[in-house]
Ligand binder design. Structure first.
Ligand SMILES: [Fe+2]
Length: 290
């Protein structure tokens, strides 16, 4: 399957791909053909729970023509068994900057697998079934040796993607001038453009798979950092403000090797209001106290 998509992508020029969602449609067709379960599930009914927290842009209703992927309801609980949290928008909402097929596979395949693998790792250890995802990640050295790496990789994968998907939105949302985050950015980086350049540089400097981050310490001081694989910055007890997924699975269908173009597009759909909400928690988030 991967080869089919890669071959398809190779046959189309980047200009063709960028100007419309042709690849999204074409690869979706191929994908559906090879993934009957995925396609069938997509057409199953879905009733969003209006009481879900922190989901300001709830998915209204399942549109049979939409590329919405199947999602489990969020039950508001943060412990084993972990759930795949729903996207806070339709999978095609970030077009043309992040294509529909990438979103479908990214969320409905990659992140689902992280959730399933995390649960599988914890299955035989009921003493940790009440621990939150953040507590597991901060205290990973206290876990049995044989599940430490699976928790780092899969628990980190779940945490990182939950943040990533929730700081994106259709059309993006601007940073409010004079907001605490805006002032902290100006103070540390001089300007928003300087910050974007640093985030981009961190994403490009990350060899192989990983993440570029904007994080805050307990004093509200911002830093740009990068992590490899699915490592988080929870172990450093830093509050994540936003992150950029620079794994190829986040961009390869549309951008191939042009990670820099994907990062430029990421900023077009970045929800700075979400980033402001995350930054506002820098004092209260203390993973060492979980
Ligand atoms: Fe990812």
């Amino acid at each position: 399957m991967k080869n089919k998509i890669t071959t398809l992508a190779a046959l189309m020029t980047l200009r063709e791909l960028k100007g419309n969602s042709t690849l999204g449609k074409a690869s979706r067709k191929l994908y559906a053909k090879d993934n009957n379960n995925f396609d069938n599930n997509r057409n199953s009914s879905y009733s969003p729970n209006p009481s879900l927290p922190n989901m300001p842009e709830r998915i209204p209703n399942l549109n049979p023509n939409s590329p919405l992927i199947p999602m489990q309801n969020l039950n508001g609980e943060n412990h084993y068994p972990f759930k795949l949290l729903p996207l806070p928008y339709l999978a095609n909402s970030l077009e043309p900057y992040i294509d529909t097929t990438t979103m479908e596979i990214h969320h409905g395949k990659h992140v689902l697998e992280y959730v399933q693998n995390l649960n599988a790792a914890l299955k035989d250890y009921p003493e940790y079934h009440s621990w939150s995802l953040e507590k597991l990640l901060y205290n990973v050295s206290k876990l049995p040796k044989d599940i430490q790496t699976p928790v780092i990789n899969n628990g980190g994968g779940v945490f990182n993607h939950n943040l990533y998907f929730n700081i994106l939105t259709k059309g993006g949302k601007s940073l409010k001038q004079g907001s605490p985050l805006s002032m902290a950015i100006d103070s540390k980086f001089g300007s928003l453009n300087n910050l974007k350049a640093e985030l981009k540089a961190a994403g490009l400097a990350q060899f192989g798979s990983g993440w570029s981050w904007l994080v805050s310490n307990k004093n509200g001081d911002l830093s740009v950092m990068r992590t490899a694989n699915q490592n988080t910055l929870i172990e450093k007890n830093l509050t994540p403000v936003l992150n950029i997924d620079v794994w190829e699975h986040a961009y390869y269908l549309l951008y191939q090797n042009l990670r820099k173009d994907y990062i430029d597009s990421f900023f077009k759909v970045l929800n700075w209001e979400s980033a402001e909400r995350n930054y506002a928690k820098y004092k209260e988030i203390d993973y060492s106290k979980l």
